[in-house]
Write a protein that binds this ligand. Structure first.
Ligand code: NAD
Ligand code: DAU
Length: 366
């Protein structure tokens, strides 16, 4: 039986991970630590906390006193660190908080784990798993080979640079203090509970409300899309089977331009609106409610500064050594995700109020 501390467990991937873990490993202890920034939503794990399958503690990963107390009190032997500032555009507007959380916060957590577990942590089965991103490798030109675990780091945005710094710190704590760690560098996730500042939920919600969808530049940037449930399963495999000290690329093996993925989402929506009168009544401002297509909402805007043109992940290592292959195709995953947002209107109505509206107005001026 493991005793997990899931940091950032009220965010998009962390919450999905808590649901996944509670189903797959029901006898494990799961404690979530999350500062509840604008992106953290306790509602995303409410069914787990209410049934007491997960304990929730509101705290900052940089708060040594709170983290130390939890590690001791809960006898934590596994930390999965999702906590981060995660949105590239916000890091371009103001990088400082990204360095505070992603770099200094990760360092504080590493030190807390190292102090708490002490010598012989690896032999006792302790593990610090750090959740990182393919963005640390920078941008690929068309035709260039996909990133492997040994590709040099070349981050473009302050967000990516802060994640790269954190990865280096994790490895340094392994080398210097013997902390048993693993790192996963994953591609773009999509699925339930994703905050609508990210492309796919933004695309769904703007289509429902009949708002323009801002496409940066020509919209031909390429991302590797992976359903969040597959990412959670990959982390599980790493925790079960990876030796300490290893890094794993995780990817979906899809390489689609933004504009094509957006079009695929809207095709699903247009189809659903054509079939269901109830949707046409609920979302009267959507072009699809009037027999049109959400595709008319595409609005090309100024490109993101330093925008990475293409990501592609070479995930052979995790496939060959741990047997991981993505389980969900992009078309099935997108269909399910659209349905989830249609069925969870109160969840997204609550998160798009307040400070998000102010950010939206500043970011897009649309
Ligand atoms: P998210 O923004 O949805 O969630 C981040 C969570 O961290 C939120 O609940 C927030 O409240 C919490 N948090 C922020 N600062 C904190 C702090 N100082 N202390 C404690 N909690 C804090 O992000 P996400 O998309 O779920 O990403 C989770 C992790 O996965 C991040 O580390 C991100 O870099 C990484 N990642 C994301 C993707 C993706 O496509 N979303 C892909 C690869 C890797
Ligand atoms: O690759 C993994 C990364 O994926 C994670 O590390 C990040 O946390 C996560 O946010 C994501 O970063 P991206 O920048 O790739 O995701 P985003 O959803 O912001 O944008 C996806 C693509 O869509 C990107 O090329 C920019 C474009 N885009 C995005 C937004 C929000 C637009 O064209 N318009 C938009 O309004």
């Amino acid at each position: 039986m493991r005793r997990l501390l899931v940091t950032g467990g009220a965010g998009f991937i962390g919450a999905n991970f808590c649901h996944y873990w509670s189903e797959q490993h029901p006898t494990d202890r799961v404690v979530v630590l999350d500062a509840l920034t604008y992106a953290g939503n306790p509602e995303s794990i409410a069914s787990l906390t209410e049934s007491r399958r997960v304990r929730f503690v509101r705290a900052d990963i940089a708060d040594r006193a709170q983290v130390d107390a939890l590690l001791t009190e809960e006898h934590i032997d596994t930390i999965v660190n999702f906590a981060a500032e995660s949105h590239v555009d916000r890091s371009i507007e103001d990088a400082a908080v990204f360095l505070r959380t992603n770099v200094l916060g990760t360092q504080a957590l590493l030190e807390a784990a190292s102090d708490s577990w002490g010598l012989g942590a690896a032999e006792r089965g302790c593990r610090f798993h750090h959740v990182s991103t393919d963005e640390v490798y920078g941008s690929l030109a068309a035709g260039e080979a996909a990133f492997t675990e040994t590709s040099p780091y070349a981050p473009s945005s302050p967000y990516a640079a802060s994640k790269a710094a954190a990865d280096h710190l994790v490895r340094a704590y392994g080398r210097t203090y013997g902390l048993p760690f693993t790192i996963s560098n994953c591609s773009n996730n999509y699925g339930p509970y994703q905050f609508p500042e990210k492309l796919l939920p933004l695309c769904v919600l703007n289509a429902l409300e009949g708002r323009p969808l801002p496409i940066y530049g020509d919209g031909l940037q390429i991302r590797d899309w992976l359903h969040v449930a597959d990412h959670c399963r990959a982390i599980d495999l790493i925790l079960q089977a990876s030796p300490a000290g290893e890094t794993w690329n995780v990817g979906g093996a899809t390489q689609d331009p933004t504009i094509a993925v957006v079009g695929a989402v809207w095709d699903v929506l247009d189809e659903a609106f054509a079939a269901q009168r109830e949707l046409r009544e609920r979302f009267g401002r959507s072009p699809a409610a009037q027999g049109g297509s959400a595709r008319t909402l595409v609005t090309h805007v100024r490109d993101r500064p330093g925008h990475d043109r293409r990501y592609a992940v070479d995930a052979r290592k995790i496939r060959e050594r741990l047997g991981f292959v993505p389980g969900k195709s992009l078309s099935t995953g997108l269909r399910e995700t659209v349905r989830w947002y249609l069925e969870h209107e109160p969840w997204w109505r609550a998160v798009v109020s307040g400070s998000y509206r102010e950010w939206y107005a500043r970011q897009y001026r649309l």
